[in-house]
Write a protein that binds this ligand. Sequence first.
Ligand code: SF4
Ligand code: SF4
Length: 450
Amino acid sequence: MAPDAGVSSVSAAKQSAQPMTAERVAELGIVGAGGGGFPTAVKLGTRVPLVIANAAECEPLLHKDKELLHHLSRPFLRGMVQAMEMVGAPQGVIGIKEKYKDIIAALEQQVPNNIRVAPLPDSYPAGDEFILVHIVTGRVIPPGGLPKDVDAMVANVETLMNIGLDQPVTQKYLTVAGAVRTPVTLRVPIGISIGEVIEAAGGATVDDFSVLLGGVMMARPAAGIDVPVTKTTGGIVVLPSSHSLIQRHAAKWPVIARVGRSACDQCRFCTEFCPRYLLGHPIQPHRAMQSLGFSTSPSAIIAGTLYCCECNLCSLYACPEDLDPKNVCVQSKPAARANGLFFTGTPESVTPHPMADYRRVPMSRLIARLGLSEFNNVGPLTEHAFTPGRVVLPLKQHAGAPSVPVVKTGQKVNAGDLVAVPEEGKLGARIHASIGGIARLAHDSVVIDA
Ligand code: SF4
Ligand code: SF4
């Protein structure tokens, strides 16, 4: 797919900006496309002086956002300008890995004067909102806080592009990577099975494979290849079932706890590499590991685990014993919450570690450590005509409560038709049909048969 033509001027982005409102963004069903699925209209309800486009995309092997900036910069920039207008931000920043020099050069030709491109280090997890905001602004979001606490709003590239497109969200861009014949970035109908998307990438190169959704670090193992693509599926990574990452993600808590209790030598590597600890947040995973054997005082041991962003760097990169401090932190969170162990310091007391800039984990080293070097680290955006016979639209593919169907079983729908709305008074998002056909209500989804 060629880069979109005719956008190589400052005026292109300015002239194409259309009036847009948060209400319209809600109507279109736009949610954060980068992972959490937070309803974008709610985010746009804030007033901040800075919008940051998150193009860091630091999950190994994924390239979706970079490809969108290369091929679809026009709707992306339009959406970014509109988002800035909606939150009253006079300034915008596009945070993108410094290694993408050609894309940075092209963007710099197109952006209006009040948007700048900020090159980011090629490290993990540069796309974490807290890390991104710190790199771009020098400010630290306080533990448990939001970017608006430091006068910023962060939005994913595809989210901003969806605003610029001004259409119901029925398609998803994602990278198919790992053990597939042709690693690629595709635009797919929401609700299509991941198996059909893997076939579009040439199919798996091994017979016995497993799938990680969303990347490999913060992955969600797929229950099978019938799992549908949702508004937040940014990547499909296929790996041999014997791969260590598949084994790590499949580990059960009793085993994690038993091995961790006996094998942790308290070397502190997990803490010393933890990006949130380095940011000055009160999180020390080696202390969470202590709690496996000795915890009798929650306030002494598990305070701070609430502020683990679950980036998995401690478990999949730092720990020399291949232990799982991330999951120990995750397991501690409910107890920490129940004991009210929230951060009580002042924002000013949160100061980054003096070595923070020198302990960033380079992507190349991470890929090698994860055993991913053998896989082709590319994902060009390619046209593919999908004609699924069926799509499954989960009623919960966003932050908040499941949406409520507004169609009945047997009802005919067209692509783009509204099929579900947020529950009255609850956080949620509208869902639209991604193909035309006959709707059927299942217990947690709307199914459409073509
Ligand atoms: S890095 Fe591993 S062995 Fe070292 S303290 Fe952390 S969990 Fe324990
Ligand atoms: S997963 Fe580990 S490295 Fe990442 S924030 Fe949590 S404790 Fe820190």
